[in-house]
Write a protein that binds this ligand. Structure first.
Ligand code: UD1
Ligand code: MG
Length: 430
């Protein structure tokens, strides 16, 4: 059956206490709304996002990442509420699945469960110990009768622990009939999408409750919810990668972006953070290292290494307190305390402790190129732009400002002097 999806994302998200729109807050490196869009894309080719608050900013953000998403602007002044959000939305397929934009943990399987079967409406329900805040679902003999919002509940209805999780799959023709008929005669003076349930029941249509996992359907409304959702998603991501053969020491201390990928045999030690769309192949990332959008293959990093975006490390060893940025290292050893930025370094080269590529003059960034088998002595400064060809030795403490030739020993040092017995004269004992 063909399905259209409508994602409701027009709400203000006041409880987030942030100038960033609620749905653009990130979980495991990806906006909440993008998690919802990605799940929707798995089941549908017709996706509409409803916007109002900060609509332009959200639409622009979506358009830089996705093609073919439709947008609908809610007239929220005239028609506030989730039902108001659906006014004027056109969907092309037989069934329309309506999701909230603040449910980042939803999976494709749950969406499919909601769209299967032949009921006129499938709606998601959860049974909660504490139903506070949710619309209560009134069910009699297995049949849904209506949804009553908390603020409209009587005493008995308030005790209902079966609540509306906020996702519905509705026959599109019925939706087109019911949405224009919604009214706002309720405690919040809003147009409630949930009222379509009673309309359908009154017409003898079938409304089927689909019981869902609380974990997937919990809406994110506050920073606290955001942190809870992050924890759940991290657990999922790490479980998945461990199943694929990634070893993790103390996985609860590790962070992995949802876009990161691993191949072959990888080991992540405790406290490691793998950010962005990093690609890690047959590598060992040691304690408290941070990898950001980097490609690391047959290499080891850390402890406490930092590999920043656009870096590529192949057959390379990076030790403690080494930072690499926008650089390609092939078969290199940089064991301790170095900054390697905007550089290429080739096979067999060794970068000593305290080496720095001086890549920035306050206005522009410059490149450093280092060939094969170059020995860069400790505390060397490579003032970019500079090229060091193959087979060069740079003495400790050198400031390299000019290109050199293969086979050279390069050194820039003021000659060492000694003044005999200076210490004893200076600290002369009385
Ligand atoms: C809604 C349901 C409630 C359910 C709960 C589940 C209604 C009337 N109530 O309540 O039964 O238990 O979700 O989480 O639907 N939105 C708009 N335009 C608006 C208002 C909201 O697009 O004018 C969007 C929001 O951005 C959000 C979604 O709709 O993504 C839900 O809105 P929210 O205000 O969180 O609804 P709840 O009060 O939680
Ligand atoms: Mg909500």
């Amino acid at each position: 059956m063909s399905i259209s999806v409508v994602i409701l994302a027009a709400g203000q998200g006041t409880r987030m206490k942030s100038t960033t729109p609620k749905v653009l807050h990130k979980i495991s490196g990806k906006s909440m709304l993008f998690h919802a869009i990605d799940a929707a894309k798995e089941v549908s080719d017709d996706i509409t996002v409803v916007l109002y608050h900060q609509a332009e900013r959200i639409q622009k953000e979506i358009e830089t990442h996705y093609e073919g998403i439709h947008f609908h602007r809610q007239d929220a002044q005239k028609f506030p509420g989730t039902g108001g959000a659906m006014k004027g939305v056109k969907t092309k397929n037989e069934r329309t699945l309506i999701l909230n934009g603040d449910m980042p943990l939803i999976t494709k399987d749950s969406l499919l469960a909601l769209t299967s079967g032949d009921a006129d409406i499938n709606m998601s329900v959860i049974t909660l110990q504490d139903p506070t805040g949710y619309g209560r679902v009134i069910i009699e003999k297995g049949n849904v009768l209506e949804i009553v919002e908390q603020k409209d509940c009587n005493h008995t209805q308030l005790l209902t622990q079966t609540v509306n999780a906020g996702i519905y799959a509705v026959d599109t023709a019925l939706l087109e009939k019911y949405i224009p008929a919604l009214h706002n005669h309720n405690a919040q003076k809003e147009y409630y999408l949930t009222d379509i349930i009673k309309m359908a029941v009154d017409e003898g249509k079938s409304v089927h409750p689909v019981y869902v996992e609380e974990e997937e359907f919990k809406g994110v409304n506050s920073k606290l919810d955001l942190a809870d959702a992050e924890e759940i998603l991290q657990r999922r991501i790490k479980t998945e990668w461990m199943k694929h053969g990634v070893s993790m020491r103390l996985p609860e201390t590790i962070y992995i972006d949802c876009r990161a990928t691993f191949e072959g045999e990888c080991m992540l030690e405790n406290g490691v953070s793998i950010q962005g769309a990093s690609r890690i192949i047959n590598s060992h990332i040691k304690t408290h290292s941070v990898i950001e959008d980097a490609h690391i293959e047959n290499s080891d990093v850390g402890p406490m290494g930092r590999v920043r975006p656009d870096s590529k490390l192949i057959d390379t060893h990076i030790g403690n307190f080494v930072e690499v940025k926008k650089s390609t290292l092939l078969g290199v050893k940089a064991g301790h305390l170095a900054y390697i930025g905007d550089a290429t370094i080739n096979e067999g080269s060794n970068i000593g402790a305290g080496v720095i590529t001086c890549n920035y003059d306050g206005k522009h960034k410059y490149q450093t190129h280092i060939g094969k088998n170059v020995f860069v002595g400790s505390d060397t400064q490579l003032v970019a732009p500079v090229t060091i060809p193959d087979d060069v030795m740079i003495a400790a403490g050198t400031t390299v400002t000019k290109d050199v030739d293969s086979g050279d020993l390069v050194l820039s040092r003021s000659p060492q002097k000694s003044i005999k017995n200076f210490f004893y004269t200076f600290f002369k004992k009385a």
